[in-house]
Design a protein around this ligand. Structure first.
Ligand SMILES: NC(=O)N[C@@H](O)C(=O)O
Ligand code: NI
Length: 174
């Protein structure tokens, strides 16, 4: 797959905003228990926070996959030179430790511009589910390796489009 090449170099410094269900709604779901409906199960010995994300994995007989990613911190300042998307499915990242991480996204649709990037920081108790086609930068963990439960789609199709900016954009957190 030939990567897209952004015609005009962009240069933005990205400042993270706190992740919230409302702010992230254009990009997918926030996976958390705070403020979410739940009901008692197992004779009262557990609460079920039910159906927290739109898990969209069955396009063209896709197979739901459950994996663990161990992400390592990237050098800072981060040169954001690309974004990716999955046109056939959603992709969820649920942290296995209560450590904040960064989430860099752009709306689904045409190739992202530097100006269309939005950077979030989680509170350590949140995961995210990228809706189908939403542009995102690969996992951005802060200072230490961090593991995530990942729920995404398996199948023979090419389900990962890459978009490269012309000269990259600098930013994220120094
Ligand atoms: N490459 C891979 O399996 N995962 C990416 O899609 C990602 O968003 O981390
Ligand atoms: Ni991805």
């Amino acid at each position: 797959m030939e990567p897209f090449v952004e015609p005009a170099p962009g240069f933005v410094t990205l400042t993270p905003q706190s992740l919230s269900r409302e702010a992230f709604a254009p990009f997918g779901d926030v996976i958390e228990t705070a403020g979410r409906d739940h009901f008692s199960i197992n004779d009262g010995y557990a609460d079920r926070f039910h159906n927290l994300a739109d898990v969209d994995l069955t396009e063209a007989d896709g197979k739901p996959l459950l994996s663990i990613f161990r992400a390592r911190p990237r050098p800072r300042p981060l040169q954001v030179d690309m974004m990716e998307r999955h046109p056939m499915s959603s992709q969820a990242f649920i942290p296995l430790s209560d450590t904040p991480f960064l989430v860099l996204v752009a709306p689904a649709g045409e190739a992202p511009s530097p100006e269309s990037l939005t950077l979030f920081c989680t509170n350590g108790c949140q995961g995210v589910n990228f809706a189908r086609g939403v542009w995102h930068f690969p996992l951005l963990v802060e200072k230490v390796d961090q593991e995530f439960l990942v729920v995404d789609r398996g199948g023979p199709e090419q389900n990962c489009d890459l978009h490269y900016f012309a000269d990259g954009v600098r930013g994220v957190v120094e």
